[in-house]
Design a protein around this ligand. Structure first.
Ligand SMILES: Cc1ncc(COP(=O)(O)O)c(C=O)c1O
Length: 443
């Protein structure tokens, strides 16, 4: 019933996909409910990655569906420039309520990439509004992933995402070193003890460029897409201190960690380190419609908005679909659901994170395993790469697990797990047992 003909397969250029390999053996998902997908060949697949780190309340939630249906009946679309509609204000207020400290001003986008571009622009506009317009340098981190806009790949540090576009990256960017070092950190449970000193490299960059030229530092508090890199104990605290010392805006890219992934609403609260701007997207509305949100400190917002002449547009930025009614209705419903079921704190509150940690670390002796990393309901299982064929073994594990009924994700040779936050202990066992079987079966 769901078989595609060759013309249909041919027409779509798939993102971040080995297109020819996929089209030779398509894997299609055709239904989803709760913790499970249904595949085109009628199998039930346990979702070990919350879709793509985004369906935090599980699939097909009736409350979200109903809110979206109602919104569609009331109004499909309203222009976001110089006009508003109620749902986007409700959604913003709900995010402001769970935001850390005074990051209570919310700017809506449609994706993580757009949230990153928006945050970088806000940082630049902030300094300029305060008369420090020389602060234009943006500092990212090696191995960082901040989406695929030119801003995001410029501050990002994943070589494959940058290589082809090298000549057109933003010119005014530098990078901190990444924090991953297996010699000192292998098989850490939670945050590695070693590595806080790597934050001190920011002082080196300040000396090199001078603080008066530096606008912002952007990091993922826990890096997901690059292979699950957990911040060393004390590292984020040091970054915060150095940014404070030099008047640098600190941006946490929480596109993955936002909305309960670590057992707190945001990673900022988990680590008790408060940035100046937080970027989000995934899970803001349980991925029911494209949406991102940037949470901004009141002082930054006020400097830009109150610094502009009255009656004028204060910030020349926005998207046709910023705060789209359907996405906003889904966000309001999803946030209500998260709050009602305590999902944003469940991992910690119910000790699920400890169960998860024990379960994934039980794979330590499984075939091909080089390292295991975990935090909240996230795990990275790094495999030994096949000589001359980076990523191939992880791909084979991914396909084998899919055939055995579990969806996971891989990046390079690291398997990434991030299940919906409604997962039960038995389902954690199923993910780990399936992975163990797959590791034993691949070459
Ligand atoms: C930390 C981070 N930032 C940004 C993005 C980009 O988000 P999107 O794919 O919605 O543009 C991602 C996506 O995985 C991410 O993990």
């Amino acid at each position: 019933m769901h078989d595609l003909d060759a013309h249909q397969l041919d027409a779509l250029w798939m993102p971040f996909t080995a297109n020819r390999q996929f089209k030779a053996a398509p894997r299609l998902l055709v239904g989803a409910k709760g913790m499970y997908y249904r595949s085109h060949d009628g199998r039930t697949i346990l979702d070990g990655v919350a879709g793509l780190w985004c369906v935090n309340a599980g699939h097909g939630r009736d409350e979200i569906h109903a809110a979206m249906m109602q919104q569609m009946q009331e109004m499909d679309y309203a222009p976001p420039f110089q006009m508003g509609h109620p749902r986007q204000f409700e959604a913003a207020a709900m995010l402001a309520q769970i935001a850390p400290a005074d990051l209570r001003k919310v700017f809506f986008t449609n994706s993580g990439s757009e949230s990153v571009d928006t945050a970088l622009k806000i940082a630049l506009a902030y300094h300029r509004a305060r008369g420090e317009g020389t602060r234009t340098l943006l500092i990212g981190r090696e191995r960082g992933y901040h989406g695929v806009g030119f801003g995001g790949i410029s501050v990002g540090g994943m070589p494959a995402n940058r290589k082809v576009f090298h000549g057109s990256l933003l010119p005014n960017v530098d990078h901190l070193p990444h924090t991953h070092d297996l010699e000192h950190q292998a098989f850490s449970r939670g945050q590695p003890v070693w590595g806080a000193h790597l934050a001190d490299d920011l002082e080196r960059l300040v000396t090199l460029h001078d603080a008066s030229n530096i606008a912002a530092v952007i990091v993922e508090p826990m890096a997901g897409s690059t292979g699950v890199l957990i911040p060393p104990q004390g590292y984020l605290e040091r970054l915060r201190t150095i940014c404070d010392r030099h008047g640098i805006v600190l941006i946490f890219d929480e596109v993955i960690t936002g909305f309960g992934r670590l057992g707190t609403p945001f990673a900022a609260q988990y680590f008790n380190v408060i940035p100046d701007i937080i970027t989000t997207a995934k899970a803001v509305n349980n991925a029911a419609a494209p949406m991102g949100a940037v949470l901004v400190r009141e002082s930054i917002h006020d400097a830009i908005v109150h610094g502009a002449p009255g009656g004028a547009v204060e910030f020349f930025h926005g998207y046709t679909y910023s705060g789209h009614p359907l996405a906003s209705a889904a966000a309001v419903a999803a946030q209500k659901l998260y709050a009602r079921d305590g999902l944003l704190t469940r991992a910690r509150r119910e000790g699920l994170d400890r169960y998860w940690e024990d379960a994934v670390h039980s794979l330590r002796d499984a075939a091909h395993v080089r390292d295991i990393r975990n935090l909240g309901l996230v795990a990275g299982i790094e495999l030994m790469a096949r000589p001359g064929a980076a990523g191939q073994r992880a791909f084979d594990v991914f396909v084998t697990c899919y055939e055995l009924g579990v969806l996971l994700r891989y990046t390079g040779d690291t398997i990434a797990l991030s299940p919906p936050l409604i997962i039960e202990r038995g389902q954690i066992d199923q993910i780990v047992d399936t992975l163990r079987k797959a590791l034993a079966s691949v070459a």
